[in-house]
Design a protein around this ligand. Sequence first.
Ligand code: HEM
Length: 319
Amino acid sequence: MSSQGNFDVVRKDIVKLLKQPGYDDGSIGPVLVRLAWHSSGTYDAETDTGGSNGAGMRYEHEGGDPANAGLQHARVFMESIKTKHPWITYSDLWTLAGVVAIQEMDGPEIPWQGGRTDFVDDSKLSPRGRLPDATKGADHLRWIFNRMGFNDREIVALSGAHSLGRCHIDRSGFEGQWVNNPTRFSNQYYRLLLSRQWKTKTLPNGVEQFFHYDEDSETELMMLPSDMALLADDTFKQYVELYAKDKDVFFEDFAAVFAKLIELGIARDAQGRITNTDNEKGGYRSAPKKKDAPTVRADIVGPGGEPSKKGKDKIRARL
Ligand code: HEM
């Protein structure tokens, strides 16, 4: 247990958790980055809804959104940190974990400020469909990211996060990794996009993606249709070329744009205190830690764990 607001201690515990030999490529860093991004990428500038306040993925409507498939692994890993530091909000924890993971995987240092508030119920969740669809092209990417307030250069910079991690057929329907070393943050994604011959292939589930077989490492690398859209569009392509050539510019742009991403939907006063705390006004509200065991609904489950008579009637009434 740490004292409230001691984010440095939380950072250290996140670092200790990153290495997980039994998980994917040995690190939970990439999936934590995706958690931070998806918890912020629901933002809609016009209605000023969504964004990184709230930690809405704790609720079925957002957590169970197919666009968030697989992120339950990241959230479960984060539960041990929440147990140790119960004062932190889930929304701060998830964004902080993304920032810490990027830095630990040799990426840039990203400015991060705390103060986000967790929703107290599911009444303020964003509608589904605000996250990008990987089967689509440049127009779709602009439509999704302009809505959040990002321009072309920022869209390309953000996409460079695909130098991390992999696609899982049982999560998104796509499969494979973008780069040879998916636990090291780099500009390799842009260099590979430009320098390799990408061919299409159809996976057994009928999903189409791009692939290149890398002879040196004997690894098959992949690109999503939405990644290839960055090559097909001249404006996007010019930034792909810039970042492929200049790693420092990419790191600088990425740090700024990721910092902007995790602040979406947040308003701060001059002291950096968050002024729009959504459902609960006035203060740093941390949701209680989730229970470790599944919740048993006393109204539908009888003493032996079997549905009670009343419970059966309730279930029947819903059919
Ligand atoms: C441009 C639109 C984007 C599309 C269409 C897209 C799509 C996807 C898809 C389909 C996956 C595979 C998920 C799975 O099967 O596990 C994925 C993984 C990932 N995405 Fe994106 N993404 C986009 C932008 C971003 C952004 C902006 C970031 C962060 C800044 C990001 C970070 C990641 C990371 C780190 C992974 C790997 C996760 C893991 O290894 O578990 N993506 N993305």
